[in-house]
Design a protein around this ligand. Sequence first.
Ligand SMILES: NC(=O)C1=CN([C@@H]2O[C@H](COP(=O)(O)OP(=O)(O)OC[C@H]3O[C@@H](n4cnc5c(N)ncnc54)[C@H](OP(=O)(O)O)[C@@H]3O)[C@@H](O)[C@H]2O)C=CC1
Ligand SMILES: O=C(O)[C@@H]1CCC=N1
Length: 264
Amino acid sequence: MKVAIIGAGNLGLAIAKGILHSNGATTMYLTKRNTKSIQEFEKYGNVTVTSDNQEAVKNSDILIFAVQPGHFTTILEQTKDLLTEKHVIISTITGFRIPRIEEIIGSDKYIIRSMPNTAISVGKSMTCICSNELGKKRIDLAKAIFNRMGHTLEIPEEQMQAATVICASGIAFWMRLIRATTQGAIQLGFDAKEAQELAMHTCNGAASLLIESGSHPEEEIDRVTTPKGCTIEGLNEMEHQGLSSSLIKGIVSSYEKISHIRKA
Ligand SMILES: NC(=O)C1=CN([C@@H]2O[C@H](COP(=O)(O)OP(=O)(O)OC[C@H]3O[C@@H](n4cnc5c(N)ncnc54)[C@H](OP(=O)(O)O)[C@@H]3O)[C@@H](O)[C@H]2O)C=CC1
Ligand SMILES: O=C(O)[C@@H]1CCC=N1
């Protein structure tokens, strides 16, 4: 697999690390305008760092675009004449819809939109994907790429904004919950390092329990909440203070914002 990551910033580099750690590329191009900060990636023998997007496109089959939305149109314009039937175009760019990409490069290209999250760098991304009509022929390839770095779900493009909030912004939401748990643990007497260790591994265990058992969260909650015990006491207090409600309101606010950004 010859991969180019056009826009090797936060997300692009997270994807690069995920692909490199899973030995998923025979060659990889990483592009950005100022390449100094990513030069170290050339220590992986098969990686070329360059600011020349055209060179990267010519020498690769899978093109993963991870630039800011404002830069995407120009880059597509600059590279569209180099696109051939070998290329699969994967965009991770928030709010940039497939019909807009088709307007620039044509609908006769394999176009995939993917929304991974930054856990892709450790092979644990929840990645939602959709495609244009022709891209359906390459969706299994795209799924195979992202399945190496986590879990994928194919969704209609209409749900991409919602998926961005739940999965991409979701990393930040879960981080804050883990951080708050850490602060609670420090108040109960653990030092900061131990407190974070307890919080993050408990979070990991909770998610793994659901993933592996297929059970509903409330079933698992019922198993922990001893009648008149400390868990139900704490859980009910959290709910009196609005835990579920504030999470849901935050998710809806993010969604309203992303919908607004898209219209802008
Ligand atoms: N799924 C997720 O979890 C997330 C998704 N996103 C989405 O991913 C995209 C990238 O976000 P993020 O990684 O945070 O952004 P960054 O700003 O960190 O990365 C964008 C990169 O693009 C590079 N770039 C800019 N212009 C060009 C160009 N002409 N050619 C090649 N590279 C260029 C910039 O480097 P330089 O200036 O040196 O060129 C920069 O490193 C956004 O569209 C965002 O909406 C963002 C965050 C999280
Ligand atoms: O916060 C944002 O707007 C972008 C989209 C998802 C993650 N970061």
